[in-house]
Design a protein around this ligand. Sequence first.
Ligand SMILES: Cc1ncc(COP(=O)(O)O)c(C=O)c1O
Length: 376
Amino acid sequence: MPDSSDILDRSRAAKPVPKPGIMDIHAYVPGKSKADGVENPIKLSANENILGSSEKARAAYQTSADELQMYPDSRTTILRTAIAERFRLEPERLIFGCGSDEVFALLNQTFLEPGDNIVQGEYGFAAFAIGARACQAEVKVAKEPGFRIDVDEMLKVVDERTRLIFLANPGNPTGTWIPFSEVLRLHAGLPPSVVLVLDGAYSEFATDPAFQDGLDFARGADNVVVTHTFSKLHGLAALRVGWGYAPVEIAAAVDRIRLPFNTSIAGQRAAVAALNDEDFQQRSIAHVEQWRAWLTQQIGGLGLDVVQPSATNFVLVGFPQTPGRTAAEADDYLSARGLLTRRVLNYGLADHLRITIGLEEHNRAVVDALADFMKA
Ligand SMILES: Cc1ncc(COP(=O)(O)O)c(C=O)c1O
C-alpha cells in the first residue's frame, strides 16, 4: 500500500515513476505463433477455435467494411438484444467488453481499493490478477489439489478485505471443472459483500450434465457475475468481444467507468451472427469432445500425465523431470516439427504443456511427435 512518503518520493523523482506495484506485475505472455525455421506452424498455443469461425459471422463482419469511419454503438445494442433474448436475461444487466478480459478489469476497477484483495485458485487465469494488481490490490491464491478448484481452500483465504472472487469454470490452464453444487457451496460461504465472478470462457465445452455456467443462479443473486466470451466456441478471438451478466447495480456502476466505444461494429455484428449459428457451435463442440477424449487416451498411453478430465478445448500434459523428457524439451521438440504448444511457467507449472485440440491431422501429428520424443 502506498503511503504519503511514496507519493512524495514519486513527485521528487527525476522522471515519471509508475505507481507502486506496477513494475512487479508480470505482463501477460501470449501463446507462441512462430517457430524458428518453420513455415506455417500449427498454432495449438492459444485455445482458439481450430474450426475457424462461423461463415455467417464472417459475412456479418464484412458488412462493416464500408463504415470504418463511424463510431460503433456505445451500448452494443444489437448484441445486447440478441444475448438478452437468447439467454432470457434482462438487457440492462449485461456488461460488454473488449474480450471478457476487459469485463474482469472493469470489475476490478469498480470494486478494488489499494489494500483490498481478490481471491482465485492457485492456477487462476492470469488476467484476473493483472487487473487487480493494477488497482494496487493483493491477489490471494487458494490451493488447487489435483489441479482442481477446492471450495474449502478458497473460503479459507477469504478475509475482510476480499472484494471479488474469480472462478474460471472450467479453468485455464487446468481444463478441470467443479459441479455447480460446489459453486453454490462457495457462494453460501461468502460474505454478501464479496462479488463471485464465474468465468465461463470455456463453459460450452463442458458437456457433463452436472456442469452449469451459473446464469440461472445469477438471475436471483445480488453478488454474482457470470462472464462469457466470443473468443473460444465462436472463434472470434480477433474481434475481442466478451460479456458479463451482473446484478443491475453492478452493471450500472461498471458503466460509469467503461470507456465509451469498447466493442467494435464488426465485433458486434459478427457476434450476433455467431450466436445465431447453432450449427457451427454444435460442430465445434462435437469436434472438441471427440478429439479431447482421443488425445487424453493417446497421450496418457505414452506414459505422460494428462490432467483429467478436461472440459475445455485443450489438454494439460505433465512431463517427467528426467533430462531429455522434460516439458521444456518437449516444447522445443514439438516446435521444431511445427507444432506450437503453450508452456505454463507463469502458472508455476514448469513440468506441463498446454495443448489446444487441433484438427484430426494436427492431433495425430502431436501424438506421433510425442511418441518419438519419448522414444528418442
Ligand atoms: C479462463 C479464461 N477466461 C477468459 C479468457 C478471456 O477471453 P477473451 O478476453 O478473449 O474474452 C480466457 C482467454 O484465454 C481464458 O482462458
